[in-house]
Design a binder for this molecule. Structure first.
Ligand code: HEM
Ligand code: HEM
Length: 213
């Protein structure tokens, strides 16, 4: 093949491989699954910690908690905490620096959210282009990333209320920070139920988060 032929083929190969061939880059997929595992450990151990001194009139069944007792649960909580925070800092930094957050999660227009919720409830919401998030996905993903920041900051302020006293004060003191921590967990669990259900209803999206395409 002559030089021209080769040049033509290269150009053809490039046009055949649009930039969107990879739906989720490797770093997103790795961060996503490390985060999913860490969050599950944090939820299970958090529920066990809660049971030692419930904020409300109920406790979580032992079969869905992690750690066996308070001290065991705290060990799990503080171990997975490092994984969650290091992985989270990596994901958020790259999300901002690569422009992924701006491209994929913004802008969120209330009118589009309303339209997409209506479409979703009548099963008319299209999922043909997995590389583009609809307004509901944008809202939920941005929301859960924010909930992640809040749960980490409130967690730090109940873990080290003396060292991080300004942070604890920002939450309105230790007791309020504990409630904030709990409700952030409830928001994440609520997100997770809808999120996993939708991933199972649209299995192609699950495959894309595993293999990238
Ligand atoms: C940097 C991250 C985190 C830190 C430093 C942290 C720290 C703590 C601490 C110190 C407690 C004990 C509070 C007490 O003595 O009552 C606690 C409780 C708890 N954590 Fe976390 N946590 C973090 C992330 C998370 C995450 C990601 C979740 C779940 C998604 C979670 C769920 C819970 C729950 C449910 C409790 C029990 C709530 C209560 O009764 O106070 N935590 N956390
Ligand atoms: C454990 C079970 C989980 C499954 C099966 C799952 C599945 C998925 C799938 C299939 C996608 C791509 C969906 C799409 O195209 O919209 C996705 C994206 C996402 N998931 Fe999950 N997920 C899980 C846990 C979590 C957890 C625990 C969180 C956070 C608390 C989370 C946060 C996200 C976010 C923020 C995205 C968008 C990521 C980006 O595009 O940068 N997921 N997940």
């Amino acid at each position: 093949m002559g030089r021209e032929g080769r040049a033509a083929m290269t150009a053809e190969t490039i046009t055949m491989m649009p930039a969107s061939a990879t739906i989720h880059p490797g770093w997103v997929r790795v961060c996503h699954w490390v985060n999913a595992l860490a969050i599950l450990v944090m939820i299970g151990s958090g529920w066990q910690i809660y049971n030692a001194s419930p904020l409300f009139g109920f406790t979580f069944p032992g079969s869905i908690t992690l750690g066996g007792w308070l001290a065991g649960a705290l060990l799990w909580h503080f171990a997975a905490m490092w994984v969650l925070v290091i992985n989270g800092i990596f994901y958020v930094t790259l999300g901002i620096l690569t422009g992924r957050f701006r491209r994929k999660l913004l802008p969120i227009r209330p009118s589009e959210v309303v339209a997409d919720v209506k479409a979703a409830l009548t099963f008319k919401l299209a999922h043909d282009d997995l590389s583009h998030y609809n307004a509901v996905q944008k809202l939920l993903y941005s929301g859960v990333i924010l909930a992640g920041v809040v749960i980490v900051l409130s967690g730090l302020s109940i873990w080290k209320p003396v060292q991080f006293q300004e942070l604890t004060a920002l939450f309105g003191g230790y007791d309020t920070a504990r409630y904030v921590h709990f409700f952030a967990m409830a928001a994440i669990v609520g997100f997770l139920i809808v999120h996993v259900a939708l991933a199972l209803i649209v299995p192609r999206s699950l495959r894309a988060m595993i293999t990238g395409r």
